[in-house]
Design a binder for this molecule. Structure first.
Ligand code: PLP
Length: 433
């Protein structure tokens, strides 16, 4: 079954040169691997900007005045944040560290939202002192704590209340957040108590509500169900933040299922307008769908082994992409200079053969791509996995003493390192004798 478009899930502008070698942002993938080493995260800047613009334009079309924030946990690196800041987005953070990073990248505090189900007092203080647009309250304990932190500093802190709407989207349990037993947000009963308590504090200004039902969602009806669920609590409130959640197509077979950004925005806006009227201001917090497709990972094949299956061992794995392990996430992979299936120069079809791409880490579950169709992989080949721009770099770690890969931006035939590769001596940089 040949995919109609071999580059269907690759970043915008990806192409092949005359010899069938993959080009990313006008750069040959094999050249990028040689120049920057592997594994490497490659980000196509044009794709990043195009997705940001798609969001901004869709909201300007369907609900002008809405604000769109990047959920920074999806790709928390300065260069990515800077691009999205330049494109006019706000920023969502979920810890003191992410707050510091967002400020470092240049986000104005009044474009930052602070999330977290277990924020510390120090994190609340940092948010208040920075003057963030919203602290999104997540539990009853936090209300009193934030009120005190704000009062001690003579500030009035604008807040949203995160509600658990008790709806479930069709996604993996690990990234579903809107169900009643979620650790996030206020259940519907607690929400009423919380609303009263927040209104009783002079140091808190209640602007509205927030929900985030989950991630990697390919169906849009869940958002209307969520808006319907929280609507009874919206009485008199001016703002509703609908979280993020739009999925990306990781594999070619998911492309047809994936709603466009415009369809996603249209559906969310329509749900709010139908159920809450024209006056409610809308917020949205895309993560994965902003950055996922812009990124690919380059690896070098180290070994090919055949037993029951063909194993292709690469120089990265679960330390640079935890998602297959965490969620059984499926990816595609290709040899960067000879995609399969393809028609060779002499007109014959090169079908490719099934292979399991595995990482170098000491775990059997260190799978990169469980089932890839590859053209005769051999040691030294550059292997590319698309759609690693979200939650890859973000969750990278140094398991097995593997330094974290660089992030390389590409565009217009040029590349530049925006995060350098970690050095081996940084593995013990924090060790004390
Ligand atoms: C993770 C998260 C998002 C972004 O989710 P995506 O599925 O990546 O779009 C938005 N809001 C909150 C509160 C989140 O925790």
């Amino acid at each position: 079954m040949a995919a109609a478009d071999p580059l269907a899930v690759y970043p915008l502008g990806s192409a092949f040169d005359e010899e069938g070698r993959l080009l990313l942002g006008g750069c040959r993938a094999t050249d990028l691997a040689r120049e920057h080493g592997t594994p490497a995260y490659v980000v196509v800047e044009d794709d990043l900007r195009a997705q940001a613009r798609a969001y901004r334009e869709a909201f300007d079309r369907h609900a002008p005045g809405s604000h769109v924030s990047f959920a920074s946990k999806a790709n928390p690196c300065t260069a990515v944040l800077r691009v999205l800041e330049q494109e006019g987005l706000g920023c969502d953070v979920a810890s003191g560290g992410e707050l510091a990073l967002a400020l470092h990248a240049g986000f104005a505090p009044d474009r930052i939202h602070v999330h977290g189900n277990a924020k510390s007092e120090a994190e609340l203080a940092a948010a208040v002192e920075a003057g963030v647009r919203h602290v999104v309250l997540d539990g009853l304990d936090e209300i009193e704590r934030l009120a005190r932190v704000a009062a001690e500093r003579g500030r009035v802190q604008p807040v949203l209340l995160r509600i658990t709407p008790d709806v479930r989207g069709d996604t993996h349990d690990g990234i579903s957040t809107g169900q009643a037993e979620s650790k996030f947000g206020f259940g519907m009963d607690d929400a009423r108590v919380a609303l009263d308590r927040v209104r009783g504090h002079a140091g808190l200004r209640l602007d509205g509500l927030h929900f985030h039902v989950g991630s990697q969602l390919l169906e849009l009806d869940v958002f209307r169900r969520a808006v319907r669920a929280v609507a009874p609590l919206m009485d008199g409130l001016g703002e509703l933040n609908l979280g993020g959640g739009l999925g990306v197509a990781y594999t070619a077979d998911q492309v047809a299922q994936l709603p466009s950004v415009d369809a996603y925005v249209r559906e969310k806006v329509a749900a709010v307008r139908d159920l809450l009227g024209d006056r409610v201001r809308i917020g949205d917090e895309p993560g994965r769908s902003l950055v996922g497709r812009a990124g690919v990972t380059l690896y070098t094949v180290q070994t090919v082994k055949r037993n029951v299956v063909t194993w292709v061992g690469v120089d990265g794995g679960m330390a640079d992409n935890l998602r297959p392990m965490l969620y059984g996430a499926r990816y595609e992979a290709q040899i960067a200079d000879r995609f399969a299936p393809r028609t060779a120069a002499d007109g014959t079809l090169v079908p490719g053969a099934h292979a399991r791409v595995t990482g170098k880490h000491c775990e059997s579950s260190d799978v990169v791509v469980a089932d890839a169709l590859l053209d005769a992989p051999r040691a030294g080949d550059v292997l590319v996995t698309p759609v690693t721009g979200a939650y890859g770099y973000a969750m990278s770690n140094t398991y097995n003493g593997v330094p974290r890969p660089p992030v390389v931006f590409v565009g217009g035939g040029r590349s530049r390192v925006v995060v350098r590769r970690e050095r081996v001596d940084e593995l013990w940089a924090r060790d004390v004798d």
